[in-house]
Design a protein around this ligand. Structure first.
Ligand code: MV4
Length: 449
């Protein structure tokens, strides 16, 4: 096992990692930017180092500074969390060659999955169903049109270097596609430094369903029951739940087995998430795989009664994955992402938290780095807290979440709690009848458009 972990992140995920490291008996090193001096992650680690100015490019993404801190503190491992450098294959390589274990999959796996088009081709070879589309990078608009006419409209243009919805374009007919192609190419080049685009059939009314996997260095692969992530706005997840009200036992087994086989095919190690679209006929299609811990991992932890970050650290240290009980999901878990934002306009709402009361009690888990009196810096994402509710049934988990949200008090900034309460009171949501089109339609109705 390692002796000291450097946490190359901030916010709730940094605390999440510090907690797990402490439970494993490991020392922790926090890094923080000049605007994060008063952040909890810096206060709760055993050691802390300022690594640069507020801008992430100068601090949390500053590789030389991170490696200097690892060297000074003699940290033998680095946990990247999510975002920042978590899916940077080059960074993972640099860590390894500097003698610091990167807590994540091997650089080759990060690189493969980071190229969304290559990942798609490789997963098709591993017998995962993929969405019909181009089998290579599209050279120009004419080639895109030819491919689209073959598979039929609507289609979606995706950036090979993108992922998570960034730089995507839905095109409903040929003229639209020809017009959007150069714009999307330019956008991809500006955002990711790579203009490469591929194309897929656009699936309407689908569910966004993902399967958690964890692998060790001895060839053990474990998969977990799905997370339903269809409640999204602008490709940002808002509410996640497990199990999905849409997935039956037969589909669940099929998806878990398919992911297990695919992960084994590429020799996957560490935590990972395979994202799928599931259509109305319950056919599932691989979309992309994430090679990091995800924001929504706690709902899986709740229904399985395990700690995925501890498993991730132990696997990175070369331990064989074993749990002292059979891994079977029980009950139902929901996560609401509480953002510091205006619930109507979605504009970020940084500022000072004047007064804070977070919920608690049996079955409620709160992952947050917020505290009363904390000044939220405006430089980072707006995730303020994750409220996770666990109960024996979906109905009871929703009731518990509603109660928790009502008993939360955040003064000084705006949050999206009113939006969560409105969704949880919606009859379609309560009946479990929602897909990827749900939130957009819900918001349009709410605003009377
Ligand atoms: C799609 C899709 C339909 N067809 N691809 C969004 C996030 C990224 N991981 C992939 N995403 C999607 N890709 C094809 N071929 C639907 C989504 C999607 C979505 C689209 C519109 C509104 C909400 C959505 C929520 C989840 C996924």
């Amino acid at each position: 096992m390692f002796s000291k972990i450097l946490i190359a992140n901030r916010g709730e995920i940094a605390l999440r990692i510090i907690r797990s490291a402490k439970e494993l008996g490991l020392k922790t090193v926090a890094v923080y930017s000049e605007s994060d001096r008063t952040s909890l992650h810096a206060m709760l680690a055993d050691e802390k180092f300022c690594i640069g100015p507020a801008k992430a490019q100068d601090s949390y993404l500053n590789v030389p500074n991170l490696l200097s801190v690892a060297e000074i503190t003699k940290a033998d491992a680095l946990h990247p969390g999510y975002g920042f450098l978590a899916e940077n294959a080059r960074f993972a390589e640099i860590c390894e060659t500097s003698g610091v274990a990167f807590i994540g999959p091997p650089p080759s796996a990060i690189r493969l999955m980071g190229d969304k088009n290559r990942a798609r081709q490789e997963m098709a070879k591993a017998k995962l169903p993929v969405i019909p589309g181009s089998d290579k990078i599209l050279e120009d608009a004419a080639e895109a049109k030819k491919t689209a006419l073959k598979i039929g409209f609507p289609v979606i243009l995706k950036a090979a270097a993108g992922g998570g919805g960034k730089g995507m374009r839905i095109c409903r007919h040929a003229a639209h596609l020809e017009e959007q192609f150069p714009i999307a190419q330019n956008e991809a080049k500006n955002a990711f430094g790579d203009p490469s685009l591929y194309l897929e059939k656009y699936i309407t009314g689908a569910h966004h369903i993902e399967v958690q996997v964890v692998g060790d260095k001895h060839g053990t692969i474990m998969t977990f029951a799905e997370r339903e992530c269809s409640v999204q706005r602008k490709y940002q997840k808002v509410i996640e739940e497990t199990p999905s009200p849409f997935v039956d036992e037969k589909l669940r087994r099929k998806m878990m087995k398919a992911v297990e086989d695919a992960a084994r095919h590429i020799g996957y190690q560490s935590l990972g998430t395979f994202e799928f679209l599931v259509d109305e006929d319950k056919k599932f299609y691989f979309m992309e795989a994430n090679t990091r811990v995800q924001v929504e991992h706690p709902i899986t932890e709740m229904v399985y009664g395990i700690n995925l970050v501890k498993a991730q650290i132990r696997a990175a240290a070369g331990e064989k994955l074993n749990f002292p009980f059979e891994l079977l999901p029980r009950g139902h878990a929901l996560e609401c992402r509480i953002n510091a934002e205006d619930p109507d306009t979605f504009a970020p709402s940084p500022g000072r938290i004047e007064f804070l009361v977070l919920p608690g009690g049996e079955g409620i888990r709160v992952d947050s780095a917020a505290y009363g009196g904390w000044q939220i810096p405006p430089h980072y994402d707006s995730l303020l807290a994750k409220i996770i509710a666990y109960a024996p049934s979906r109905f009871l988990a929703i009731k518990k979440m509603q109660t928790a949200l009502e008993m939360t008090t955040i003064v000084g900034i705006k949050t999206n709690i009113p939006l969560h309460l409105a969704v949880l009171a919606n009859s379609d949501f309560l009946e479990g009848k929602y897909d990827t089109g749900f939130l957009e339609a819900f918001l349009a109705r709410k605003n009377g458009t």
